[in-house]
Design a protein around this ligand. Structure first.
Ligand SMILES: O=C(O)CCC(=O)C(=O)O
Ligand SMILES: [Fe+2]
Length: 227
């Protein structure tokens, strides 16, 4: 499932983040690539070890923790510390698939990438191109979102970023290991969660069917989750 999540960061938080990262030292994006994606990738990134990237990455993790739609959709177990990228002057990231396992440099931390995420940090009218194009089971989806909004998509998907021909596309990107590995199971849980919330708003949280369906949701989660 490909899903957009609006307003993960407020415009004010985006502005503060941009002020901090725009002033930091950017390097060739191939620092973090796997072998195949290194051929496809032409952009800039903040190094994983950059203090500004770490500080802003933590602010994004805090914001994700306060975003119910992200929690419900991703059912996150571990989130890779957010990284930051920038494309300008024709830069692009041609078709690739993300590495299945991501390890953090100089640490034991590693995750299985179930979901990939891009948090847009530039307004769409400030640059041309830079669409994230994701191939999923239902065809190709093209994503270019307002600053502060996030797109979540299966890390198993082939995807690319089209050349940026005017301005600069700045974003944070990261991977999530979900408690529920299977995209189909996770999608069913997300749909069920949404319908239970809607029923609860109509009938009240103590309605017997709402309670029973909440039980079914948790019993499915118990069956499918690894923690
Ligand atoms: O810039 C993006 O939106 C995606 C970046 C990406 O695909 C990657 O770093 O693997
Ligand atoms: Fe990617």
């Amino acid at each position: 499932m490909l899903l957009t999540i609006p307003n993960v960061l407020t415009k004010d938080q985006v502005a503060k983040c941009r002020a901090a990262i725009d002033a930091a030292a950017w390097v060739d994006g191939n620092e973090t690539s796997g072998h195949q994606s290194a051929l496809a990738k032409n952009n800039l990134q903040l190094p994983e070890s950059s203090p500004v990237a770490q500080q802003m990455g933590n602010a994004i993790l805090d914001a994700l923790g306060r975003t119910p739609r992200f929690i419900a959709a991703a059912l996150p177990l571990k989130v890779f510390p957010p990284l930051f990228n920038r494309y300008e002057g024709g830069q692009e990231f041609r078709t690739h698939v993300d590495n299945s396992i991501r390890a953090m440099r100089d640490s034991n931390f590693r995750i299985r990438s179930d979901l990939s995420a891009t948090l847009f940090l530039a307004e769409p009218d400030t640059y041309d191109g830079g669409e994230l194009v994701v191939q999923d089971l239902y065809g190709t989806q093209t994503v270019k979102l307002p600053a502060g909004d996030l797109v979540l998509y299966p890390a198993s998907s082939l995807h690319h970023v089209t050349p940026v021909t005017r301005g600069a596309r700045v974003a944070s990107f990261f991977w999530i290991q979900s408690m529920v590995r299977d995209d189909g199971e996770r999608t069913l849980l997300f749909q069920m969660d949404g319908e239970i919330q809607a029923l609860s708003a109509r009938l009240g949280a103590d309605d017997s069917s709402v309670l029973a369906l909440t039980g079914v949701y948790h019993n499915l989660l118990r069956r499918w989750a690894e923690v």
